[in-house]
Design a protein around this ligand. Structure first.
Ligand code: ZN
Length: 236
């Protein structure tokens, strides 16, 4: 009986040890393969999925943003510039009534030379109205003579403000001023203020009136302002 009991104890201990060993082995082999897998998976997964994916995603997105951003302002600028000048022209077409500032010239004789190129990269920003020497130059609207100026390019010139002080009218290449015209005087529409000539850089014998209209915020700074096309304002 003691031997049998002793064998049972030995067998029980062996079974217990075997179970412990089996449990230990099972746990070890589970941990060993599970640890490398867990290490291999996160490591490549992290660099592969994190580094290239975000790196590829931002790079094209930035390029796309740049490519999209670059063409976007261009059309915006291109559409804004003409629309602004058109709005400026159109906004004054209905609100101010101008006459052709050269006596005897009809609307269908006018030529739109606003965008013509001039020397040194300048743009004309004005209208040239050919006429015989000495033809009366008329005030396009009522207003005030703000400056009589001798200009190298413009020759004998007149700066006139509109009655509301929002516009500056500029007459150039004048032969001479009309009698009595002085700075500060008020003029009425159609009043003779000067005579057509070829002074300044008009070219000898190239008699014409160079006429421009500037939108200004301060008529005392008569030489500044943004030129608008006189043609649609005169051609009606
Ligand atoms: Zn001109």
């Amino acid at each position: 009986m003691r031997r049998v009991a002793g064998w049972l104890i030995v067998v029980g201990v062996v079974i217990l040890l075997a179970t412990v060993v089996a449990w230990w082995l099972a746990r070890r082999y589970k941990l060993l393969p599970s640890q490398p897998v867990a290490q291999i998976e996160p490591l490549p997964a992290a660099p592969v999925s994190a580094v290239p994916a975000p790196a590829l995603t931002p790079l094209p997105s930035i390029e796309e943003a740049i490519e999209e951003a670059t063409p976007t302002p261009e059309p915006t600028v291109l559409t804004e510039l003409p629309s602004t000048s058109n709005v400026g022209d159109n906004s004054f077409v209905g609100t101010i009534n101008l006459i052709i500032p050269v006596a005897g010239v009809r609307p269908n004789q006018l030529v739109d030379t606003f965008d013509d190129a001039r020397s040194e990269g300048r743009v004309h920003d004005a209208i040239d109205i050919p006429a015989a020497a000495g033809t009366p130059v008329l005030a396009v609207a009522e207003g005030q003579i703000v400056k009589l100026f001798q200009s190298e390019r413009g020759g004998t010139t007149i700066y006139q403000s509109s009655a509301d002080k929002k516009l500056i009218f500029y007459y150039a290449h004048l032969q001479q001023y009309a009698p009595g015209v002085v700075e500060g005087m008020l003029v009425k529409q159609g009043q003779v203020i000067a005579y057509v000539g070829d002074t300044g850089n008009a070219g000898a014998g190239n008699y014409h009136l160079h006429f421009s209209i500037a939108v200004t915020s301060d008529p005392k700074r008569y030489w500044e302002g943004t030129n608008i096309n006189p043609y649609p304002l005169l051609h009606h």
